[in-house]
Design a protein around this ligand. Sequence first.
Ligand SMILES: Nc1ncnc2c1ncn2[C@@H]1O[C@H](COP(=O)(O)OP(=O)(O)OP(=O)(O)O)[C@@H](O)[C@H]1O
Length: 418
Amino acid sequence: MKIKLEVDNLSYQYDQIDILTKINFASKEGEFIGLIGPNGSGKSTLLKNISNILKPSKGIVYLDDFDLKKIKNKDLARQVAIVPQETNINYDFRVEDIVLMGRAPYVSRWQGESSKDIKVVRKVMELTDTIKLSDRYIHQLSGGERQRVVLARSLAQEPELLLLDEPTSNLDINYQIEIMELLRRLNQKDGLTILVILHDLNLAAKYCDRLLLLKEGQIHSFGTPQEILTTKKIEEVYGLKLLIKQDYLSKRPYLTLNNKNSQTKDRLDHKIHLVCGGGSARDLMQALVESGYQLSCGVLNRSDSDWELARSLEIETISEDPFASISDEKHKKNLAKIKEADTVVLTDIPIGAGNLANLKAVLWAARNSKRVIVVNSCKLKNKDYTGGEGRKIFERLLREKVVVVKEEFEALEEIKML
Ligand SMILES: Nc1ncnc2c1ncn2[C@@H]1O[C@H](COP(=O)(O)OP(=O)(O)OP(=O)(O)O)[C@@H](O)[C@H]1O
């Protein structure tokens, strides 16, 4: 059965200092939640409150609608396991014996461990690749090996809710991926509900269903990776401007450092309106933002990949319904943005009926002495889904005074030459 976690109005104080304030959230059954936030924002404290290591100063934690405080320790240990941040173990036991300790909630005091206990221990040691460490002593292990042993011990509890405090912090890149993949399998196949603290936001984006973003002991926001990992929210919480792209296949965000952070903050006094679509501005859009240009986009159909990217970069965008042709209203807005712009860039959009108005808008720009840069690659030359009408407009455009470049990066070079 999948377990549901609910945290109701939880506050926590250390030495009368508020560490967590009014935390409210609920997981769905069998959900994979990432807990993110800067150092000291209260992530570990929240995890400890949920696992009963700390008692909330106010508020209640519910497991499947049962108040956690009222659940007996042994029962709780069958439902909830925690993999702590600190994996130092004060006693020097063999690895296999440490993992076997995870069976304590099941082992009868009189009969000792059963064959089932042994079977579970073997299974979780295989899953965590710790079998080969079975006879080693815990103090002989590296930080990463110890982390996997502690995870194995928690899995041996066969919990329904697994809480993990930075389980990948000591792991090399191979084990990081392996452990996250293992957690995903346990979540998807066995229905294990997971709440995991992660500092690596890309791992969080890749694996979690939803992210709980903490700031100074309060929930800043809670939602899907796409909703949470936006440049705006990350800047609000971490004070850092990151570039956020979207993975082409999974559609999940991924973050890269913006090397020109300071330049981005000093925005250039140059407005660019980008007419794009279908991923044709994938690299250019980010490069322009990174370079500090004031960017607008339009008209883009919602859910188009360029629209998604523009949204994640928080670029002002004129949007149209998915697959709809551009309405008069949106066309006018597009022209208004073009009027404001210093430069208009047309990327390699496919010429479909939906894009005719966009082509007309760029033609209007060129005829009204706007600086227009056209990324003219073969798709635009060859593919016209409008029975020739789009092609005619495009040819008219090329007869105007426009700068034609072949590839996206050349458009950026051209803009920079101004
Ligand atoms: N035992 C303690 N006594 C007093 N204050 C504490 C104690 N443990 C943590 N704190 C404080 O509580 C706040 C939240 O700490 P917590 O460890 O929960 O943050 P975190 O988000 O997990 O940080 P990190 O990312 O660095 O692990 C911090 O300001 C910390 O200094």
